[in-house]
Design a protein around this ligand. Structure first.
Ligand code: 3H9
Length: 653
């Protein structure tokens, strides 16, 4: 092996058995920033001209091959050389270039690999074109080279879903040619030696295997329906399905489409979400604080929420001790948890071995003392202060002094629950969303006395549960339900002012919500919110505007879809507009002397957005939420706000 030569600050090479082994080292994820592109270009030029170089291996330093184009460069003036130019140079080099995929090869990273003449992956490599998740399409040949390697149907699925394929699957699909279990770079060097002097397989020159047009059409229609108006998936479909045209023409179209999308509001919104997700777990005051070790989690209350939390915890590798009030209730809880695991087994999300292992890590009990081994106990019992305070007082006596107590309350004040314990510093809130084993959002509630390492543990557990944690301070409903309340209030004001439920729902769905607010209410049932309103009636500010329509609906037995009627009427389960509801709304308007007026879709959307953003500003001013991006993540991941609109705080700007 010869000395290290440096082609740029982030691209260096050694020569091994006459092969130039080029390593990209651009922490954190070896993105193809301008310095990487220029270093690669110089390395390729050197390899082309040096008579003692047989060919090139490209690999990445650390655990990533290349994480993609540098997203931070988007929106800045273009800097030469461009990634497509470097990639073209790889493909056209007269000597073999082999990709040694040591880890994630994503976006532009996979596009680099696709242009190489041979691809070898380590078993841990992950390959994908996640661009659609950023509101763009691959911009350096991905939509044109991938179908040439694996066919249009498989390429369509990968490019439009943005999902990642593991090395094994990539081999089966034909994205990679080999998997090297041990010496990846050694295998790549040998491949270069074998290929030197032979005709090279240039991906761009391959012809595309014929596809069944009906199959492609059906797949494309499904993708477009799921995209709910987003541009990137539609453009990805167009580019992949037309990849049979001349290669250069396809590349030019792809590049122009990439640039137009990259500069769009939709892409800016999704980039904002990408960075907000990475920002959200950086919490002031936790720098250098170590999380406590957690291996056994106790869960109290085995209803829908508790069971979901148990499934999430078992799936993340924790041992779970689940408690309910009586042995019968505990046994029922066990059945519910196993039932959820069985569903995962049946759907293929869980294999038999993992199912068995998870089942073995679960025990249930009706005795507090059995929770003694727990490092963390999460309660999901009835949302009542006395019930929760009593439980925490009992647990205080049985769990270790350094074990943590978490409450899953939605509306109670966790400071009051903590105050009932002997060690409020070990109490925090972990507010899961239902179903807890599916929903990604987790509000981590920092109570007045929560110790920093307790909060750090909450975040670490959330990550291990594969949740998206967002830290919130204490306020009624935390970040999400407070904003949701403002959103709901505004919708009810709109009703009184002249809009009808289906008009508001249509405007919200048009904006990108999967379902309108009133349809969601009906699905969830109206009785819980009704009970809460009744509880709050005595303390409500009499001067504040209060809309009685929902109460009237409940009083007349319209409790939602289960009752056959709510905000809508459900003959044979089909949601239809109900003149009776319209009459109730009109009567409410008349009672207050409101002259109704009509609202355009845009007006409805503007008012709903403004209500959310104004409440968001209040949460920031009260230091309940730390960053606008945190609020956006909560609304996107817990309340159906469309990610491609960036969240209410982003959309407001
Ligand atoms: C693209 O490639 C377009 C091309 O088709 C066309 C070009 C012409 N750029 O996620 P992590 C940062 S579009 C800049 O926590 P992990 C991230 O912000 C791109 N920065 O790590 C964070 O910074 P900080 C297509 C990036 O180990 C740090 O790296 N590629 C980029 O859990 C660590 O991130 C993608 O969409 C980037 N591309 O996961 C892949 N990526 O420490 C996006 C990350 O300051 N990336 N950062 O908070 C990922 O999926 C994950 O980061 C990865 C590592 C799996 C690579």
């Amino acid at each position: 092996m010869s000395d290290l030569s440096s082609f740029s600050a982030t691209v260096s090479a050694t020569t091994r058995d006459s092969v130039l082994v080029v390593t990209i080292d651009n922490a954190p994820v070896n993105a193809t920033s301008v310095d990487v592109r220029s270093g690669l270009e110089k390395a390729l030029t050197h390899a082309e001209t040096a008579t003692d170089v047989l060919g090139v291996v490209i690999t990445g330093a650390g655990k990533t091959f290349i994480g993609g184009a540098d997203i931070n460069e988007f929106g800045k003036p273009a800097m030469e050389p461009t990634l497509p130019a470097v990639i073209e140079k790889i493909e056209n080099l007269s000597k073999p270039v082999v990709a040694a995929l040591n880890g994630a090869a994503l976006g532009g990273g996979l596009e680099v690999a696709l242009a190489c003449h041979h691809r070898i992956a380590s078993p841990s490599a992950q390959l994908g074109l996640p661009e659609v998740k950023l509101g763009i399409v691959p911009g350096a040949g991905g939509t044109q080279r991938l179908p040439r390697l694996i066919g249009i149907a498989a390429a369509l699925e990968l490019v439009t879903s943005g999902r990642v394929a593991k090395a094994d699957e990539a081999l089966k699909l034909g994205i990679v040619d080999e998997i090297a279990k041990d010496d990846l770079v050694g295998a790549a060097v040998s491949a270069v030696q074998n290929l030197a002097g032979t005709p090279l397989r240039r991906t761009g020159a391959l012809s595309i295997a014929p596809a069944d047009p009906a199959e492609i059409e059906t797949a494309a229609a499904k993708i477009l329906a799921k995209a709910r108006g987003q541009k990137a998936p539609a453009e990805a479909v167009r580019l992949v399905t037309t990849s049979t045209r001349p290669f250069a023409e396809g590349l030019a179209d792809e590049r122009a489409t990439f640039i137009a999308l990259r500069d769009s509001r939709e892409a800016a919104a999704l980039r904002h979400v990408f960075f907000a997700e990475r920002e959200s777990s950086k919490v002031e005051g936790l720098e250098g604080i170590e999380a406590r070790l957690v291996s056994t989690i106790g869960i109290c209350g085995l209803g829908l929420m508790g069971s979901g939390i148990a499934v999430a915890a078992l799936g993340a590798g924790y041992s779970v001790i689940a408690l309910d009030q009586t042995p019968e209730a505990a046994e029922k809880g066990r059945e519910r948890i196993i039932g959820l695991l069985e569903r995962n087994l049946a759907s293929g999300r869980l294999d038999q071995a993992s199912f068995d292992a998870q089942k073995a890590r679960l025990s249930v009990t009706a005795s507090d003392a059995d929770l003694a081994p727990c490092d963390l106990v999460i309660e999901a019992v009835f949302d009542d202060l006395a019930v929760k305070a009593d439980l925490f007082q009992r647990l205080d006596k049985v769990i270790r002094p350094n074990a943590i107590l978490a409450t899953n309350t939605s509306y109670l004040n966790p400071d009051e629950i903590a105050a009932a314990t002997a060690h409020p510093e070990r109490v925090l809130g972990l507010h899961f969303f239902s179903p807890a084993h599916v929903m990604r959002l987790l509000e981590v509630v920092r109570c007045a006395k929560t110790a920093p390492d307790v909060l750090a543990t909450g975040l670490a557990v959330a990550k291990k549960l594969r949740k998206l944690p967002v830290v919130t301070g204490v306020t009624e409903g935390f970040i999400g339900n407070r904003i949701f309340s403002a959103y709901r209030r505004e919708a009810e004001f709109l009703l009184e002012d002249g809009a009808l439920p289906h008009e508001i729902d249509a405007a919200l769905e048009d904006y990108g919500f999967p379902m309108g607010l009133f349809a969601v209410y009906d699905m969830a049932g109206l009785e819980i919110a009704w009970a809460r309103r009744k509880r709050q009636a005595a303390t409500r500010d009499p001067a504040a505007r209060y809309v009685e329509i929902a109460d009237t609906l409940c009083e007349t037995g319209r409790l939602g879809q289960k009752a056959g009627r709510g905000w809508y009427f459900y003959p044979e389960g089909k949601r239809t507009i109900d003149p009776e509801v319209t009459a109730i709304i009109e009567a409410a308007r008349a009672k207050k002397g409101i002259a109704p007026r009509s609202f355009s879709k845009d007006e409805i959307q503007d008012r709903m957005l403004k209500a959310m953003a104004t409440e968001g500003e209040a949460l920031l001013a009260e230091h309940v939420a730390t960053r606008p991006g945190d609020i956006d993540l909560v609304m996107i991941n817990g309340y159906g706000f469309p990610a491609h609109k960036g969240g209410p705080m982003f959309a407001r700007d």
